[in-house]
Ligand binder design. Sequence first.
Ligand code: NAP
Length: 293
Amino acid sequence: MPEPPDPRIMDGTGLAEAVRAAAGEQASGFRGLTGRPPCLAAVLVGDDPGSVTYVKMKQRRSATAGIDSQLAQLSVSATTDQVVAAVSDLSADPGVDGILVQHPVPKHVDERAVFEAIDPAKDVDGVTMHSLAAMALGQPGFHSATPGGILRLLDHYRVELAGRHAVVVGRSPILGKPMGLLLLGRDATVTFCHSKTVDLAEIISTASVVVAAVGRPRFIRGDWLRPGAIVVDAGYNPGNIGDVAFEEALPRVGLITPVPGGVGPVTISVLLEQTVSAAFARAGLQQLAATAS
Ligand code: NAP
């Protein structure tokens, strides 16, 4: 007999399936109303194997939800101006509903300039300053896909956030910062930690909720965690290894996300869901049904 699932492990794959299926129903409704499917365009600069794999995976998942894909692929030597021009073309293309710039772009490309070339109405990955400001101010807008997915997971598992101390380890513009803003928007008491933070383990030991967004394998140790803590591991390091030492952490936590199968799949489903929302909004149409929770 298969072992029953561990109730401490948050199942990102299952939630991702539900969100993707709901997005698929909406996409089908959109197609019925407008005669075309929603379309998500990806911009890929260079041929980093990891990035190529991510983009292909997103295209496959888009297809299963009835969302069309476009790909603008630029060479690794493309200049900032060239990448900005490609993104601007997609922003102006009426057949494109959502734009995803695969992160990271090569170091010589100004990623912020590239992100800002995305029409905010198509910013389904939530990377523009417009989206970040909306998240900071609690206004409607697209969530950064990974933090948005993490919030979905926490909601799905009915994690109470109001009044709780949430520690976000990492402050990148696509992950740590927007994560902290979304948690603050839910009335958590938020601490941001980063590479200059002193006494990280001690700070983490005071957290009810920990989000690891560092990019260092097994960096957060089990004995740093407060017993019963809710732990979200957004890290995705080579070899499918998270930022949290999972085996050490599991006996102490209330809930934890696995890597793989935690944050990653939900991120992609949120991206698809936001693409469908963008398509409806751009067409001036109301969405058809409530989305999955
Ligand atoms: P990033 O831009 O490299 O940011 C890493 C953050 O970690 C920075 O804020 C950095 O601090 C902080 N940091 C580095 N060393 C530290 C230390 N010793 N102590 C405390 N903080 C430290 O990375 P990212 O793009 O946010 O990604 C983080 C991880 O999430 C990676 O593993 C990435 O693969 C993964 N990720 C997953 C998804 C998903 O969908 N699952 C999406 C995006 C990213 P400073 O700011 O001081 O440098």
